[in-house]
Design a binder for this molecule. Structure first.
Ligand SMILES: [Zn+2]
Ligand SMILES: [Zn+2]
Length: 639
C-alpha cells in the first residue's frame, strides 16, 4: 500500500475486493487500481501482486480512466444511432477525450445533443464493462469489415490483445476502464472536426468528436465556465475586434501583420522593455534579417537547427538564410572590436525579427508564428561576473513582469545531471556557475525549483513561468548561461594577466517574443489595456456634427500633451459611438457638446464606470500623465 502498510491478499481476490476491505467510501470512489506500477481494472486478479494502490476518480489517473471510458460510451452511442459506422481510435486527452470515427452518415454539432442523450441512456443502463483477452485471429474476425482496426491489430502481438465489452458494444482496447457505464461522471460533447486517419492527409478523412468528462456535475460546470472565459479572451478574436493584427494568405501563413493600433501596442511594449534594460546598462544593436549561412555552419546551428530554418537563398557563391536567432550575429559584433577585461561586461540587446519555419499545422494565432520579434540580449562577461549579470537580468525580468501584473510566477532552474557526460565544459566551471545562479536567486528572494538533468549541454538556465489572470501558466523569460558558443565563434578578451580568455555568454529574453507576449497580454487584460499601454488612451466623441471642430481642437491639444487620442467622426449617433468605443475597451471617452465647447472642457467617462466627470482639457491631460507616471516613472517611456 502507498502508506507502507502490508495487506495479505487471498488467492483469487480482485482489486475491487481489496478496495472494499480498505473502506466502503474508497470502494465507491475507486475507478481502477495500480498494481506493481501498472494501471489495471478493478476486476483484475491480484495473485502475486507486491504493490497495490486504489485509483480514485479525482486523481489524474482516475480522470484519465474515466474519460477513456466516456469515449467508449460515446462510441457505443454513435454505433447505436449510426449503425455501420466504423471506430478507429478514441483516447483520453487533457480535460476530456475524442473518438475518430468513419460515420455512416454525417455528424454535425447539431447532432451532439442527440448523441449525449443516447450516452445518458447507456449510463443509466449501468452496463458492466468487462475486459476479455482475445487471440489475434478472433479479433481479426470481429473487425473483418473495419480496415482501420485491422491495421492497428496488425501491429499487435498475439497473446497481448484485449477487447472491452459493455452490453453489445466492444472495442479493441488495452484499458483499464471504470467497472460500469454508470461510473463515467458528468460529461459534455463539445465539437466535431475532420481528422485524417493516422494524421496523414493521403488517408481517408474521419469525423473526430471531442468531449469532456468530470467526476461531478459541479466540476463539469466549473470547467465549462473556465472554457467560456478563455474563449471570451481569445487573443485572435480580441485582436480582430480591436483592429490590432491580421493574417493573410497573400503574405503567408504564420506571418502576422499589424494594423496601426497593433503596431502602436508593439511599439509601447518594446519601448518599455528597452527603457528598463537601458537603465540597467544594456546597449541596443541591430543585426538585420539575412545572414550568410557559413556563420551558422561555424556556430553549429546549421547542424542542429536546420529544420527550424527557412530554406536557403542562393546568390552565386553565397548562400543566405533568414535569421532564426541572434546569438551568432551578436558574437560577430563582439568580435568586431578588441576587448580587454575592463570593457566587460558587454551587453547587447536587440528587438530582432527572426524567422522560424514552424510546421503549418502548428501555427496558431500570435502564439505560434513564423516571423517573431525576440527581446533578445547577450551579455559577454567574465566567469566572476556571472552572478552579478544574472542578478541584473533577474531584476529586469521582475520589473517588467511586475509592471504587467504577472506577480505569480515560478522559476525553474535547469541544472546538469552530475552523472551525465553530455555536459561539456569542466566540472568546476559548471559547479561555480550553478552556485552563482542559486546565490543570485536567493539574494533576490526568488524561490525556484531546481531540476537536475534539464540543462542544455552548454550551461545552466532559469525559466520564468508566469500565471495569467485565468491561472494559465506561460513560459516567458529565460536566462541561459553559455560556456560553449563564444569559444566556437572565437570570442575573446585580454585578461588582467595579459592572456587571452573566452568570455562567458548569457542569453536572455524578458518577455520572450513581442508577438507571443502580445497574445498573452491581450488574454490577460481581456483587451482592456492599462492606460500606459492602451494604443488609444482617449476617444473624443462630438455630440453632433457641429461639435466636430471643437473635437478637433481638443484632440490636437491632447496629442500635443502626449496623450494618444482619436476623434470619432463616423456618421453614427453619439450613443452608438459611446457603445462602439466602449466595446473597443478605450480607457477614456471624452464627450464634447455645446457646454464643453463653451467652457473649454471635456465630459470624461472612464472605462467600465457609469459616472461622468467634467474636466478641463489640460486637467484631463494631467490625469493621463499622472496615471502613466504612476507605472513608468516621470520619464514615461523615454530616457
Ligand atoms: Zn479504449
Ligand atoms: Zn542567444
Amino acid at each position: 500500500m502507498p502508506d507502507g502498510t502490508e495487506l495479505h491478499v487471498e488467492p483469487g481476490e480482485r482489486a475491487r475486493d481489496v478496495a472494499r476491505r480498505i473502506g466502503s467510501r474508497l470502494a465507491r470512489d475507486a475507478v481502477a487500481a495500480r498494481v506493481d506500477g501498472r494501471l489495471v481494472d478493478l476486476e483484475a486478479p491480484l495473485d502475486g501482486a507486491r504493490e497495490f494502490e486504489v485509483i480514485t476518480k479525482d486523481s489524474p489517473e482516475g480522470l484519465y480512466v474515466m474519460r477513456h471510458s466516456a469515449a467508449h460510451v460515446m462510441a457505443q452511442a454513435i454505433l447505436e444511432l449510426y449503425p455501420g459506422s466504423r471506430l478507429t481510435i478514441g483516447p483520453p486527452v487533457e480535460d476530456g477525450f475524442y473518438y475518430d470515427i468513419e460515420v455512416a452518415g454525417r455528424i454535425t454539432e447539431e447532432d451532439l445533443p442527440r448523441i449525449e442523450e443516447k450516452m445518458r441512456e447507456i449510463v443509466e443502463r449501468d452496463l458492466p464493462i468487462r475486459r476479455e483477452e482475445v487471440s489475434k485471429e478472433e479479433v481479426e474476425r470481429l473487425y473483418s469489415d473495419n480496415p482501420y482496426k485491422l491495421e492497428l491489430i496488425r501491429d499487435l502481438e498475439d497473446g497481448e490483445i484485449s477487447i472491452y465489452r459493455q452490453g453489445d458494444f466492444y472495442d479493441l482496447c488495452r484499458g483499464p476502464h471504470v467497472p460500469s457505464t454508470g461510473r463515467i461522471g458528468a460529461f459534455k460533447l463539445q465539437s466535431v472536426a475532420g481528422a485524417y486517419w493516422r494524421g496523414d492527409e493521403n488517408n481517408p478523412m474521419l469525423t473526430r468528436i471531442y468531449g469532456t468528462a468530470w467526476p461531478t456535475e459541479k466540476q463539469l460546470k466549473a470547467y465549462l465556465r473556465r472554457l467560456e472565459e478563455a474563449r471570451a479572451r481569445d487573443h485572435r478574436r480580441i485582436g480582430r475586434e480591436l483592429d490590432l493584427f491580421t493574417f493573410s494568405p497573400d503574405v503567408g501563413a504564420g506571418i502576422p501583420i499589424f494594423l496601426p493600433k497593433g503596431e502602436m501596442l508593439r511599439h509601447l511594449m518594446e519601448s518599455f522593455v528597452r527603457r528598463v534594460q537601458s537603465r540597467h546598462g544594456y546597449e541596443h544593436v541591430w543585426t538585420g534579417n539575412v545572414v550568410n549561412e557559413k556563420l551558422y555552419a561555424r556556430s553549429g546551428h546549421l547542424d542542429h537547427y536546420r529544420d527550424a530554418m527557412f530554406p536557403p537563398m542562393k546568390d552565386g557563391e553565397n548562400v543566405y538564410r533568414l535569421k532564426p536567432m541572434n546569438c551568432p550575429s551578436h558574437m560577430v559584433l563582439f568580435n568586431s572590436r578588441a576587448h580587454s577585461y575592463r570593457d566587460l561586461p558587454v551587453r547587447y540587446a536587440e528587438f530582432a525579427t527572426l524567422y522560424r519555419y514552424e510546421k503549418s499545422g502548428e501555427l496558431s494565432g500570435l502564439t505560434r508564428v513564423r516571423a517573431l520579434t525576440q527581446d533578445d540580449a547577450h551579455v559577454f562577461c567574465t566567469e566572476e561576473q556571472v552572478q552579478e549579470e544574472f542578478a541584473r537580468a533577474l531584476a529586469i525580468i521582475r520589473e517588467v513582469l511586475d509592471t504587467y501584473g504577472f506577480t505569480d510566477y515560478r522559476v525553474r532552474l535547469s541544472l546538469r545531471d552530475p552523472d551525465s557526460s553530455k555536459y561539456i565544459a569542466d566540472e568546476e566551471k559548471w559547479q561555480r556557475a550553478e552556485d552563482a545562479l542559486r546565490r543570485a536567486l536567493d539574494a533576490a528572494g526568488i524561490s525556484y525549483e531546481p531540476v537536475e538533468g534539464e540543462a542544455a549541454f552548454y550551461g545552466p538556465k532559469a525559466d520564468f513561468m508566469a500565471k495569467d489572470v485565468l491561472g494559465r501558466e506561460w513560459q516567458l523569460s529565460t536566462i541561459q548561461v553559455d560556456f560553449i558558443q563564444p569559444g566556437r565563434l572565437g570570442c575573446e578578451y585580454v585578461g588582467e594577466d595579459g592572456e587571452k580568455h573566452t568570455p562567458v555568454l548569457l542569453h536572455r529574453a524578458v518577455t520572450g517574443t513581442t508577438e507571443r507576449f502580445m497574445a498573452v497580454l491581450i488574454e490577460h487584460y481581456a483587451g482592456a489595456f492599462p492606460v500606459w499601454l492602451a494604443p488609444v488612451q482617449a476617444v473624443v466623441i462630438p455630440v453632433a456634427d457641429r461639435h466636430l471642430e471643437y473635437a478637433g481642437i481638443v484632440s490636437e491639444k491632447l496629442g500635443g500633451a502626449g496623450v494618444r487620442v482619436e476623434v470619432d467622426d463616423s456618421p453614427s449617433t453619439m450613443q452608438k459611438k459611446i457603445r462602439e468605443n466602449a466595446r473597443k475597451k478605450v480607457p477614456y471617452l471624452l464627450v464634447v457638446g455645446d457646454a464643453e465647447a463653451e467652457a473649454g472642457s471635456v465630459n470624461v467617462r472612464r472605462r467600465g464606470q457609469k459616472e461622468q466627470e467634467e474636466m478641463t482639457v489640460d486637467g484631463f491631460a494631467a490625469l493621463v500623465r499622472s496615471e502613466v507616471e504612476e507605472v513608468l516613472g516621470p520619464h514615461g517611456l523615454h530616457g
